[in-house]
Design a protein around this ligand. Structure first.
Ligand SMILES: [Zn+2]
Length: 301
């Protein structure tokens, strides 16, 4: 049902040739987190099954087996990583990344029911008795690792990550401070994961439109007021996308990160030549280092 509706909309809607559109960004990962947590919380992991040795990196077989017998205590997110937390010695977490094409499914079952056959490109599953968590990733840029609590900030995948955009510490003062010495475009600062995590190409253009700021302006030319507007714009566009993704959980237990993509109301992204929704000037596009940037020259300064 979901698959069919996506296909219908992709053929009749605007072109989807640009595959970056389908790469999970922060809102999709947050949607997966929020969808998965109620199904895993308090449940005991009975078994971990791998169908191969590696994804983007090798998967740690022994450490994964040591998660069995433990109960899930939380499902959190850091940047675009999902962390499935467990109780017991070291309070470890399974660290999951969706890569470019990864999907996490959480399905209701019963402890005694026969397990479903593996799907094509299904690389691991975690069996929680009456819930089955499955990972499907055709391109295998995804990741699965195990991180003890003591390494949540020092693990190689997590150590260099910047500020979370939806936390209170991300505000106009933060952007103003980090933009003073930067001659590069403000959009590239928003997408610098050492400074700020989880703001990809789509959301960076959209946030600049909300803030009335041209995305290719030198970061250091932004006023304090513009930095505040931009921080609010980033948070608004991410929250709107999370809200849109969240509505797809009503009818099924499965978690599909693609579900939220088409509910987005994009103001500028992939709208080159179309009228701005605020001022009716036509949306412009430029390509820098292979990435498209969209803005309105009428109302973005
Ligand atoms: Zn405009």
């Amino acid at each position: 049902m979901l698959t069919r509706s996506l296909r219908d909309r992709s053929t009749q809607g605007r072109e989807l040739a640009n595959s970056q559109r389908l790469v999970p960004e922060l809102p999709e990962v947050e949607t997966v987190r929020a969808g998965a947590e109620p199904h895993l919380l308090g449940r005991r992991l009975l078994a971990v099954h791998l169908t191969r040795d590696d994804l983007r990196w090798p998967m740690p077989k022994a450490a994964l087996q040591q998660l069995t017998g433990r109960c899930c205590t939380a499902v959190t997110r850091r940047s675009k990583y999902l962390l499935v937390h467990f109780d017991g010695t070291d309070a470890p977490a399974a660290l999951i990344h969706l890569g470019m094409t990864g999907r996490v499914l959480v399905e209701a079952t019963t402890a005694t029911a026969e397990r479903p056959p593996y799907r094509t490109h299904e690389h691991w599953r975690m069996d929680f008795g009456d819930r089955l968590m499955r990972f499907i990733d055709p391109r295998r840029f995804g990741a699965l690792d195990v991180v003890p609590r003591s390494q949540f900030t020092s693990h190689p995948r997590l150590v260099d990550l910047g500020q979370e955009p939806l936390e209170a510490a991300f505000d106009g003062a933060f952007l103003h401070r980090f933009s003073r010495a930067r001659t590069a475009a403000i959009k590239s600062l928003l997408m610098d994961s050492h400074v700020l995590v989880g703001v990809g190409n789509i959301y960076a253009s959209e946030a600049c439109w909300r803030a009335h700021v041209r995305p290719r302006r030198a970061a250091k030319t932004l006023t304090r007021h513009e930095c505040t507007a931009l921080a609010i714009g980033v948070q608004e566009v991410l929250r709107a996308a999370i809200t849109a993704g969240g509505t797809s959980f009503r009818d099924y237990v499965g978690v599909d990160e693609h579900a939220g993509f088409f509910a987005r109301e994009l103001a500028v992204y992939e709208r080159v030549g179309e009228p701005c929704r605020r001022c009716s000037h036509l949306i412009k596009r430029a390509v820098d280092a292979g990435r498209s940037t969209y803005w309105c020259a009428g109302c973005q300064k």
